[in-house]
Design a protein around this ligand. Structure first.
Ligand SMILES: Nc1ncnc2c1ncn2[C@@H]1O[C@H](COP(=O)(O)OP(=O)(O)O)[C@@H](O)[C@H]1O
Ligand SMILES: [Mg+2]
Length: 359
């Protein structure tokens, strides 16, 4: 793997507060990495540190094998895209994209050629003479991407680039940015608080919390193998039942739930001596409902609500343990209507559940 960015133990402190704390990450050349996390988790601070707009309190950043920790943004060979497109309103699309090249005194013919190339790349060749206000939000964002690509930077950093767009446009732009990434081969780091955006565009996702990385992985790794209840809960929905380990056998554990009932669970990577507490994590789509108890449905509860969300149905069950449990099934014609307030039994395949350290 050839690396584009190597961050080592990077910290940014404001007084006693660490906006980014002891953060390390390596991004490969050509990779698309998303920084995902709730508001205030340090995503923008980290991006600004990579860009050179903020100086770190300690730690190092290397870009393309050069230690840039103390270099200004202009010497880092990178482009930035922001949520508010930051296009100049009095300039045409052509002039907006050409501007950074003019500043660098690139010859006129070369500028025309490169602007045309950038406009082709974002599929807007016919828009060169428009003013930004004559474009939709999505088109403006594509122009700000083109303005960034025209430098041919080795690295593009994006901070919530689709945050100002409505849902439908956002989904189109996610596909568009993925295509641009594939076609250009440029390394991209994108900040987002939207998990769908991160899951759909990234090679890898860095999930952040309070200035630290809690887990790095592909979308599937984070979804199917979260290492903490924080990650399980942040990506998708997670049913989390507190439990106690009753018995350890070869690849399996027997655990006791809050109501004293026992069931099997796959053995996790962390130590689970009998008597230790843990959290049982089950995805809603892994679980099913039954109107009567059977071998696969042993956990009793009461059906509180069923919500039809187009292609699927979400059932909210109040378990006798007191926990709320969400079951998600595919919608289909002629399905039986559930009765609210009726007793129901919840179950899931043993290997679909996962034990996590207690939250
Ligand atoms: N210049 C600053 N001075 C003091 N605190 C700051 C400054 N910039 C950011 N912070 C704090 O650092 C934390 C992380 O901020 P930020 O990186 O913007 O988070 P995110 O982009 O994940 O929402 C926040 O608590 C924020 O208030
Ligand atoms: Mg931010």
């Amino acid at each position: 793997m050839v690396s584009m960015i190597e961050i080592e133990r990077l910290t940014k402190s404001y007084g006693a507060f660490h906006a980014v704390a002891e953060f390390s990450l390596t991004v490969a050349k050509g990779e698309f990495v998303s920084l995902l996390g709730p508001s205030g988790s340090g995503k923008t601070t980290l991006l600004n540190l990579i860009a050179g707009m903020t100086r770190p309190s300690s730690g190092t950043i290397r870009i393309d094998n050069v230690d840039v920790t103390n270099l200004p943004p202009s010497q880092r060979d990178l482009g930035m895209v922001f949520q508010n497109y930051a296009l100049m309103p009095h300039m045409t699309v052509f002039e907006n994209i050409a501007f950074p090249l003019q500043v660098r005194r690139v010859p006129k013919a070369e500028i025309r050629r490169r602007v045309a190339e950038a406009l082709d790349l974002v599929r807007m060749p016919q828009f060169a003479d428009r003013k930004p206000r004559e474009l939709s939000g999505g088109q403006q964002q594509r122009i700000s991407l083109a303005r960034c690509m025209v430098y041919r930077p080795a690295l593009i950093l994006m901070d919530e680039p689709l945050g100002a767009l409505d849902k439908k446009l956002r989904e189109e732009m996610q596909i568009e940015i993925s295509r641009l990434h594939r076609d250009s081969g440029i390394t991209m780091v994108c900040v987002t608080h939207d998990q769908e955006e991160a899951l759909s565009m990234s090679d890898r996702i860095v999930l952040m919390r309070e200035g630290r990385c809690v887990q790095i992985g592909t979308a599937d790794e984070l979804y199917f193998n979260p290492t903490s209840s924080y990650v399980a809960d942040f990506i998708g929905h997670s049913n989390q039942l507190p439990c106690t380990v009753a018995e350890e056998a070869a690849g399996q554990l027997t655990i006791a739930l809050g109501d004293g009932s026992q069931r099997q669970a796959p053995r996790p990577a962390f130590a689970t001596p009998p008597g230790c507490g843990a959290t049982l994590h089950v995805r809603p789509e892994s679980a099913t409902l039954a109107a009567a108890p059977d071998a696969a449905h042993a956990l009793k509860g009461t059906l509180e609500a069923s919500m039809v969300v187009g292609s699927c149905i979400k059932h909210v069950v109040r378990l006798d343990t007191g926990d709320t449990f969400l079951v998600q099934e595919l919608n289909h014609r002629g399905r039986t209507r559930p009765q609210f307030g009726a007793p129901v039994w919840v179950g899931w395949p043993t290997d679909a559940a996962q034990l996590l350290p207690p939250s």
